[in-house]
Ligand binder design. Structure first.
Ligand code: ADP
Length: 255
């Protein structure tokens, strides 16, 4: 469980996050949604300690984040971010094995068990065939799956991901998010696509200019009136048997 309360953050003199509370409940998928620049990536980085808040606190399973050492954090939280490992000269399998290394203390070496866990993780995301390929030469979608395998191999209770569906075609967008649901970890995921959030998240936090405009179960927060106000686009919602779907239309007079 990740609980954040009263988070504030500024890049230099520019305040970006203005007192945000977030709770990601055990085994559930929490989506961070909101327009471009509303602070989703910044908030995710605050939640995994990539950034420190100016005020407020993040607790992981009840313990303040700043009291958890790096090794302890790696065993609790796995992170998938966009820029990870872009310049590396590793194979995909070595990249996934890094998820195991993150769990080890300085003098421990990876064991055959670690290699087996990395292989299982690659199987799980359908990336086993990429194992010997140069990671840097993979397509965006292939990289994304390898990075998710690395996070799974890390075997942390919490999974934090920034736009994991970026670069993926529509089928893999659904596959990756379905996979994230199936691993059953406590997950926080930044998503642009509100229909993907509707389908794969249990709860969402809707950000607007660094503040929470809505928070709670998907069906409550994905309210057409609220979304129209926050995104400035006409929204129609269809509640179908397989869940809710949103249809968008530019507002009259908008460019
Ligand atoms: P989102 O993920 O919702 O698009 P971000 O958290 O990336 O939003 O950005 C929130 C705001 O912070 C934006 O106005 C962005 O320009 C600014 N910002 C993001 N990263 C930096 C940075 N490293 N330095 C200065 N400003 C930044």
């Amino acid at each position: 469980m990740i609980e954040a309360s009263g988070l504030r953050f500024a890049y230099g003199a520019t305040p970006i996050i203005h007192g945000v509370d977030v709770t990601s409940r055990p085994g559930r998928v929490l989506g961070l949604i909101g327009p471009n620049g509303s602070g989703k990536t910044t908030l995710l980085r605050l939640l995994h300690g990539g950034l420190s808040p100016a005020s407020g606190e993040v607790r992981i399973d009840g313990r303040p984040l700043e009291e958890i050492d790096r090794g302890g954090l790696s065993r609790r939280v796995a992170v998938v971010v966009q820029e990870a490992g872009g310049e590396s000269t590793m194979t995909a399998a070595e990249m996934v094995l890094l998820g195991r290394t993150a769990r080890l203390s300085g003098f421990q070496r990876t064991s055959s068990e670690d290699v087996a866990a990395a292989t299982r993780a690659m199987d799980r995301v359908g990336a086993r065939h990429l194992a010997r390929r140069d990671f840097a030469a993979l397509s965006g979608g292939e990289k994304q799956r390898v990075l998710i395998a690395r996070a799974i191999a890390q075997d942390a209770d919490h999974l934090l991901l920034d736009e994991p569906t970026n670069h993926l075609d529509i089928r893999y967008q659904h596959e990756v998010l379905g996979l994230l649901r199936s691993v059953g970890r406590t997950t926080v995921v930044v998503l642009h696509d509100l229909n993907l959030a509707a389908r794969y998240c249990d709860d969402v936090v809707l950000l607007e200019e660094g503040r929470v405009a809505g928070s709670g179960p998907v069906a409550e927060v994905l309210d057409p009136e609220l979304l129209t106000r926050v995104y400035g686009i006409g929204v129609r919602r269809v509640d179908a048997e397989d869940g809710l779907h949103l249809l968008f239309t530019p507002l009259e007079g908008a460019a």
